[in-house]
Write a protein that binds this ligand. Structure first.
Ligand code: FAD
Length: 377
């Protein structure tokens, strides 16, 4: 084999590309990972790391649930810097209308084997004493957890390298051909298959991909180890995540193993500028303080932004490009790519190895978006 010939080239060393590379290498395939900047430095570094089972659609549930099972299987192998914390989620209901949503979610999850617990107002106050009084209740999902995503991406790349994968770091892919990729420095890497896992940059490499940037803001505080026990998400979050017309913010807060509190989050389309916007941060913090009044006395250390890679139907693109059979896509994971990275990797490897996947693959196949996607060759 000449130096630059591989079975598979994975473009992008975010958590999705990294998980895919580890899975391919575990199959004994020769793998190259090409990362333009740093491993786990894109949306993966910006995200919250909430491993969460979601119920927006059956397909979203299937992928998040499958992925959660895979994360649980990995748990004992994750190094301490991945900071896996089985803190669980509480979906917070502000009023009776949101309590009705709690009951709907309870039925949905219970019918599908996910353990959940309905909390009334008193149980919610006992579970999270810093929440304001007067909230209606909530739904606790004890199986959800939290990780530190950049270290998880590094863990997957390390696994791939231990099985012989080659990492091209600080090397940007400039163009794809059906059997090779061309790097900006002129290097050509030949491969049987190419995987575009470049997140919100993936449309720059594959023309007219149905993936748009969706900007998000986060704020992190100083260390307050006893302030919070669960990841808390307002039920209004769903309205915000669905709103495609306008900027939205919703209360979403996470306890880190460091004792810090990670406060989210916002969603904006059609904004390319990565700068932190004070107006959005102010809205986010005031929403958070509405639920947790004591936050106002704590110190925030830093705010940052990241870009989710969003598809029109809020499901990722996992599988072969419909026109270029050697090009595979693993992108469009929007706000769930940390959770679904491991499921994505399994589904992709199953397709490539011609195996029957553990969950139906159809909802995630790029061909559902045809005829919009065409590869830049
Ligand atoms: C504010 C916010 C909060 C979030 N919270 C959560 C959460 O709690 N839970 C969850 O599951 N998900 C969450 N997400 C979503 C999650 O972060 C993303 O879905 C996930 O990180 C996507 O990973 P990726 O590997 O596809 O993309 P990225 O992490 O962006 O990686 C893509 C990589 O490709 C590289 N690249 C780009 N172009 C090229 C090129 N030409 N050549 C070589 N390399 C290239 C980039 O440098 C980058 O490293 C959140 C996202 C945001 C923005």
């Amino acid at each position: 084999m000449s130096a630059n010939v591989y079975d598979i080239v994975v473009i992008g060393g975010g958590i999705v590309g990294a998980a895919c590379a580890a899975e391919f290498a575990a199959e004994g395939l020769s793998v190259a990972i090409v990362e333009a900047r740093m491993v786990g430095g894109g949306a993966t570094a910006a995200g919250m790391g909430h491993l969460v089972v979601m119920d927006d659609s059956e397909a979203q549930f299937a992928l998040t649930r499958y992925s959660q099972v895979l994360w649980n299987e990995l748990r004992d192998e994750l190094p301490s810097e991945v900071e896996h914390d089985a803190c669980g989620t509480i979906w917070v209901a502000a009023d009776d209308e949101e309590m009705a949503e709690v009951r709907r979610k309870e039925r949905f999850y219970s019918e599908r084997g996910v353990s959940v617990e309905v909390l009334d107002a008193q149980a919610l106050a006992e579970a999270e004493p810093n929440l304001r009084r007067g909230l209606a209740g909530g739904l606790r999902v004890p199986g959800d957890s939290v990780i530190y995503p950049p270290c998880a991406a590094q863990f997957f790349v390390g696994r791939a390298q231990a099985r012989g994968a080659k990492l091209f770091i600080g090397r940007a892919v400039e163009g794809l051909k059906s059997e090779s990729v061309r790097l900006r420095d002129g290097t050509s890497i030949s491969a049987g298959l190419v995987v575009n896992a470049a997140g919100s940059w993936s449309p720059e490499l594959t023309n007219d991909l149905s993936v748009k940037k969706r900007k998000g803001h986060l704020v992190i505080t100083d260390r307050y180890p006893d302030f919070l026990r669960h990841q808390l998400v307002e039920l209004g979050y769903l309205k915000s995540a669905h709103s495609v017309a306008s900027d939205s913010v919703a209360f979403n807060i996470q306890p880190r193993t460091t004792g810090q509190l990670l406060i989210g989050s916002s969603r904006q389309y059609d904004v390319d500028d990565a700068r932190v916007e004070n107006s959005i941060v102010t809205r986010m913090l005031s929403r958070a303080m509405d639920y947790l009044p004591g936050l106002g006395k704590l110190s925030a250390l830093r705010a940052w932004t990241g870009f989710r890679a969003a598809t029109p139907d809020k499901l990722p693109l996992i599988g072969p490009h419909d026109e270029h059979e050697r090009l595979y896509l693993a992108t469009g994971h929007e706000g769930l790519g940390i959770t679904t990275s491991v499921g994505t990797a399994k589904l992709l490897v199953d397709q490539i190895m011609n195996r029957i996947p553990a969950i139906p693959i159809q909802p995630y196949l790029p061909s559902r978006m045809a005829p919009e996607t065409t590869a830049r060759v």
